[in-house]
Design a protein. Structure first.
Lengths: 357, 357
DNA sequence: AAACACCAGTAAATCGATGCACTAATCAAA
DNA sequence: TTTGATTAGTGCATCGATTTACTGGTGTTT
């Protein structure tokens, strides 16, 4: 703590603290250029930096935002966090990081504590169908941007949602597989409780229906017994799913995973089952995390424009915090794109009976 | 901002604000049990929560720490961040996340700003050989824990270093390869400017020397032209390195990568070169990030006990901040362990001439 | 009964920045 | 000269919690 106060600056410059404060806060309208430069040089000479605590106490505001993610151990959230931090920093905002581990109770506690500590805006990465647990705080005045989610009935009015068009994204992936000639596809995810999972599933179904395939063409595996799975376990989930699905009678020739981590698990599981991904069986992911391109085989996936989304998230958060939200309560959907790599190909002639042990 | 103040609580309980404050701060020694419970129930009734800004203004302290990492987009740092946050949260500390992108200037700016904003402790993940850029701030009073680094001459006295024994770790990996029968090994990293890279290289050399191999047995690739590589590029670096090394005359049969991200790149590069990792060529990593175990093939690597290290980092940071540092200026080394998986095996008979196109 | 110790709790100054209400000074119009 | 308007800047209460110095009351000692 430097310890230089506004009073010392005022004394050094031969003015009152108010004048220094006025300068600092841009109220320079009626101020002699000479006074101004005198104060400015005093500030520089003393290396003065306003005390944030005092500022916050006085104004009630603080230049800080909260980011609540399921877990930064997941590279997708890590990447998002990095971009959001960059966007925030550019405007002088710090970012407080909170890992919710997908626990709504933890989300609620964080939101309330952050608000109680003077943080006016939070980016909440939770794709829970309901925001009821944070509604009271939002209604009390907290600025909220819900990320990876679309607006739902009953949401607090002031919240803004940001995500990608999950239905479209998953349709792109599924249509790509259908175009390759697959006719038996599996959809792998954890329990379908979240908004984006539901949407992605819907995209999957839409593509199948549009292709005129029967309902039975789409196998759904959603980890019946893993009620609430963790990000760290997404890969493990995929692995288990793949083993189970591929060893069943009449296995699918393609597997659509809910996200890349899960897809990587599916790839591992398929390998254990003795199949070669990219020829015996096709796999798609979602997110396009850095590792998707480096995996073996490189993963065909749906890319979310993370950097762009982070910038939007921050911009909208500021708007909501400043009250000029304009159009809150909405969903802002970014456009996902399909990235075709090596994990998908036309189905083999006699599926599931090609590889060596 | 809840808006309930200590005065309201005092009024509700029929006591003075001082008494409430005394209770809140554990000065309950001379307080009638009856008064105490009266105050406590008032607090509960009103849902009072102390205003952090006011607390900080008065005491100069704040329950917050800064974490500066190269980039949370790298899962190793993401995992570390998650564990550190958990340790901090358990003691009521928030964690401010800062991405330095390995830029010393950004590290310095962050450190100074955090200190200026009343944050008393920072965990700095930088393996730069020198801490000179943050020395003034540490000497001004900032509590600093340098992570992934060992103490160097000229370090600020109050800093604590936490890391793994890199020399030992890399020796474990190298000895494992030597035991498998490899006699030509390559060491792949970016420029060897950082402390831990130097240490890891030293471990590699030690193992080779101890085995009585000639100097020429160890090929070093350190990206001559990539002066300062980024975490995001670690994988790319590995890929390029592998392509280059493996297409040279008399290629090595094993590649030791500086970390897992780099190793994953090496695996990709080897594949592009037409080699099968785990049989034609062996590859080891370092860190044991979550993905190491899921890669194809699963990566043999050196595990850093991240969770334990995060707990230590936080514990030591508190000590330094409280001034009872005891033994500062030291290095605390955790013990790395070798995790053998599928990316390493005995060298093929005629190396580099086995696989299909 | 005077002197003192002790107890339980209080009054008020304090941290540093802010911004409203105010004033002293200058100038213009009446 | 008086009045009013404008300019340039100041005084000070304020935010909420902390903490030191203090008070009024009770009990004990000599």
């Amino acid at each position: 703590m430097a310890g230089v106060t506004i009073y010392q600056v005022a004394q050094e410059a031969g003015v009152s603290p108010s004048t220094v404060s006025n300068l600092l806060n841009g109220r320079t309208g009626k101020m002699l250029p000479e006074t101004r430069s005198r104060v400015e040089s005093a500030i520089r000479r003393l290396g003065y930096r306003p005390n944030r605590a005092a500022q916050q106490l006085r104004t009630g505001r603080i230049q800080m935002l909260g980011l609540i993610v399921p877990s930064v151990a997941n590279p997708f959230w890590g990447t998002f966090a990095r971009h959001l931090e960059a966007a925030a920093l550019a405007e002088g905002f710090y970012m407080l990081l909170c890992n919710s581990e997908r626990d709504p109770e933890r989300e609620r506690r964080y939101v309330e504590e952050l608000w109680g500590d003077g943080i006016g805006g939070v980016v909440l990465c939770s794709s829970l169908p309901s925001l009821d647990h944070v509604k009271p705080t939002v209604e009390a005045g907290l600025g909220l941007v819900a990320f990876d989610r679309t607006a739902q009935p009953g949401d607090p009015h002031r919240a803004v949602n940001i995500g990608t068009d999950n239905v479209l994204g998953m349709r792109l992936a599924t249509e790509h597989l259908l175009a390759l000639g697959h006719t038996r596809l599996a959809f792998v995810s954890g329990s379908i409780g979240s908004v984006n999972r539901a949407e992605r599933y819907s995209g999957f179904r839409q593509a199948l229906d549009a292709a005129g395939l029967p309902r039975s063409a789409g196998i759904v595996w959603s980890g019946a017994d893993t009620v609430d799975f963790d990000d760290r376990d997404a890969a493990e989930l995929g692995r288990v799913a793949a083993l189970e699905i591929l060893s069943a009678p009449r296995p699918p020739t393609a597997i659509v995973a809910i996200n890349d981590m899960c897809a990587l698990g599916v790839v591992a599981g398929a390998r254990e089952a003795g199949l070669v991904v990219g020829s015996d069986v096709s796999v798609t992911g979602y997110d396009d995390i850095m590792l998707a391109g480096m995996a073996m085989p490189a993963l065909t996936t749906v890319r979310q424009p993370v950097e762009e989304m982070a910038a939007t998230a921050f911009a909208r958060l500021r708007q909501v915090m400043d009250g000029d939200g304009g159009e809150t309560g909405q969903s802002i959907l970014h456009r996902p794109t399909l990235v075709v790599r090596d994990s998908t190909s036309a189905p083999a002639m006699s599926p599931g009976r090609v590889s060596s042990p």
